[in-house]
Design a protein around this ligand. Structure first.
Ligand code: UD1
Ligand code: CA
Length: 452
C-alpha cells in the first residue's frame, strides 16, 4: 500500500496576531508546515497533500515545493471537511496519514508507526494522557476499547473527566475514508464536520481502533500563539543539543545553542554559549567554537579554533585554522590548513593559503593568497572601483606591511615585501620590495597655528 499524507493548514490562527498565516511562523528557522512536509518525506510518503485556506497564496508562495498537491479549502467547515477536500485525488489503495501544519515536531518514528499499524481493518490513532485535558477531544473507551472521540464542547460531565485525549493525528485506509467522510454531519456544538466522528463509524464497521502514544507529549503540541511557538522552539533546540552531546560535542550550556538547519559534527567538539548554526554546517573532530559565533552554510576542518563573536557565511575552513575573535568570513572564503584570520578582519571570495596570517583589522576580498604569507594590520584589498570587482593575488611567503592598500587588479609575487603604508597600484614581482608612499620630511621649529 502507498502512503498519502494530508496536512491540514487552512485555519486562520487569529491568536498569532499576525499578517503571516500561522503555519508559516517558524520553528528553527523554518515554517512550521515545512517541518511537517519534511517529516512526511522522511517517512516515505508517496503523495503529500496540503490543505490550505487562510493565506493560501502566501503559504504556497513561501513553501514552493513541486512535490506537493495543494488543496484549497475555501471555507473552514471543520477537520472532516478539510480532509474531504483532498479525497478526490487520493488513491483508494493507500493509507492516509492526517497531520497538522501547526504541529511541527512529531517524531518520524511516531508517524511511521501509526502508518504501519493502519490497514483495511485497523485505524490507528495517536493519543496522549494529560493531567489537564481541557480543550481536547476525549477518547471514549468501553471495556478498554476505543469507541468514539467526543469533542470538549459536546462532552458530558463524565466524558470531561477523561484524561486520554486526541492529538488529531491518525492513519486510516483511504477506501474507508471515502466511505465515511461524505456521511459526516455538522450537527454538533460547533456546527463543524468533525474528522473525529470517523472513529465511531470505524467501530460501527467492525474495525479495530488502536491507540498509539508518542514518546513525549511535547512532540504533539501545536502552536496557536507566539508563546507556544517559542515553547516548541525551545523543545526542538534542546533535542538538538541532546543529539550533539550524544554524538560527541561538549556544550557549555545545552540551553544556549540554536540550530536552524542541519549541523553535522565529529567528536570532541566544544561549543561555548550562544552560538547559532544556520543551514548546512559541518564541523570536524576537535574543533572549538567560542561564545556568540554565528556559522552559516560552512565547513570547519579538524582542530580549528573559532574564537568569540565570529561570523562565518558560506566559508570553508581547513584544519587547525585559527579564527577570531571578531572575525567575519563572508561567502567564498576558503582557508587552507593552519591559516589565521584575526580580530576585525573581513574576508570575501578569498582563498588563503596554508599557514598564512591576516591577523588584524583587514579587508581581503576577491583575493588569492599563497602559503605562508603575512598580511599586516590594516591591509585593504581595494577590489571595487565603483563598477567592477577586481582580483588581488599575493604569492607564497609575501609580507604585506601594515596599512597597505592593494588596488586591484594587482599582484604581489612570491616572497615579495610591501612597505608599510603603501598604496600598491602596480604589480610587484617575486622577491621585490614595493614601496609606494610619500617620503617623510622633518621640519625644525614648526609652529602650530594659533587662534586669531
Ligand atoms: C482537533 C480535534 C480534537 C483534538 C485537537 C488536537 C476535531 C474535530 N477535533 O480539535 O479532537 O483534541 O484537534 O489539537 O478534529 N483545520 C483546517 N480546516 C478546517 C478546520 C481545521 O485546515 O476546516 C485545521 C486547523 O488549521 C488546525 C487543525 O485543522 O490546524 C485543527 O483544527 P482545530 O479547529 O484547531 O481543531 P481543534 O478544535 O483543536
Ligand atoms: Ca487546535
Amino acid at each position: 500500500m502507498t502512503t498519502e499524507v494530508v496536512i491540514l493548514a487552512a485555519g486562520q490562527g487569529t491568536r498569532m496576531r499576525s499578517k503571516l498565516p500561522k503555519v508559516l511562523h517558524q520553528v528553527a528557522g523554518k515554517p512550521m508546515v515545512a517541518h511537517v512536509i519534511e517529516s512526511a518525506k522522511q517517512i516515505g510518503a508517496d503523495v503529500i497533500h496540503v490543505v490550505i485556506g487562510h493565506g493560501a497564496d502566501q503559504v504556497k508562495a513561501n513553501i514552493q515545493d513541486a512535490d506537493i498537491n495543494w488543496v484549497v479549502q475555501e471555507k473552514q467547515l471543520g477537520t472532516g471537511h478539510a480532509v474531504a477536500q483532498a479525497l478526490p485525488t487520493i488513491n483508494d489503495d493507500s493509507v492516509v496519514l492526517v497531520a497538522y501544519g501547526d504541529v511541527p515536531l512529531v517524531a518520524n518514528q511516531t508517524l511511521s508507526s501509526l502508518v504501519s499499524a493502519a490497514s483495511d481493518d485497523t485505524l490507528s490513532l495517536l493519543t496522549v494522557h494529560l493531567d489537564i485535558p481541557a480543550g481536547y477531544g476525549r477518547i471514549v473507551r468501553e471495556a478498554g476499547s476505543i469507541k468514539a472521540i467526543v469533542e470538549q464542547k459536546d462532552a458530558n460531565a463524565a466524558q470531561l473527566e477523561i484524561t486520554e485525549v486526541n492529538t488529531g493525528i491518525l492513519a486510516v485506509s483511504a477506501k474507508k475514508l471515502k466511505q465515511w467522510l461524505p456521511t459526516l454531519s455538522a450537527n454538533n456544538a460547533q456546527g463543524e464536520y468533525y474528522l473525529t466522528d470517523i472513529i465511531a463509524l470505524a467501530v460501527a464497521d467492525g474495525m479495530q481502533v488502536l491507540a498509539q502514544h508518542p514518546e513525549t507529549t511535547m512532540e504533539v503540541e501545536g502552536a496557536n500563539n507566539r508563546q507556544q511557538v517559542a515553547a516548541l522552539e525551545r523543545f526542538y533546540q534542546l533535542q538538538q543539543a541532546q543529539r550533539l552531546m550524544s554524538e560527541g560535542a561538549t556544550l557549555a550550556d545545552p540551553q544556549r545553542i540554536d540550530i536552524r538547519g542541519n549541523l553535522t559534527i565529529g567528536q570532541d567538539i566544544f561549543i561555548d554559549i550562544n552560538c547559532v548554526f544556520v543551514g548546512d554546517v559541518s564541523i570536524a573532530d576537535d574543533v572549538t567554537i567560542g561564545p556568540n559565533c554565528v556559522i552559516e552554510n560552512s565547513t570547519i576542518g579538524q582542530g580549528s579554533v573559532i574564537k568569540a563573536n565570529s561570523v562565518l557565511e558560506n566559508a570553508i575552513v581547513g584544519e587547525a585554522c585559527d579564527i577570531g575573535p571578531f572575525a567575519r568570513l563572508r561567502p567564498g572564503t576558503v582557508l587552507s590548513n593552519k591559516a589565521k584570520i584575526g580580530n576585525f578582519v573581513e574576508t570575501k571570495k578569498a582563498t588563503i593559503g596554508e599557514g598564512s596570517k591576516v591577523n588584524h583589522l583587514s579587508y581581503i576580498g576577491d583575493s588569492n593568497i599563497g602559503k605562508g604569507a603575512n598580511i599586516g594590520a590594516g591591509t585593504i584589498t581595494c577590489n571595487y572601483d565603483g563598477v567592477n570587482k577586481s582580483v588581488t593575488t599575493i604569492g607564497d611567503g609575501a609580507f604585506i606591511g601594515s596599512n597597505t592598500a592593494l588596488v586591484a587588479p594587482v599582484s604581489v609575487g612570491k616572497n615579495a615585501t610591501i612597505a608599510a603604508g603603501s598604496i600598491i597600484t602596480a604589480n610587484v614581482a617575486d622577491e621585490q620590495l614595493g614601496v609606494a608612499r610619500g617620503k617623510q620630511r622633518n621640519i625644525d621649529g614648526w609652529k602650530r597655528p594659533s587662534k586669531k
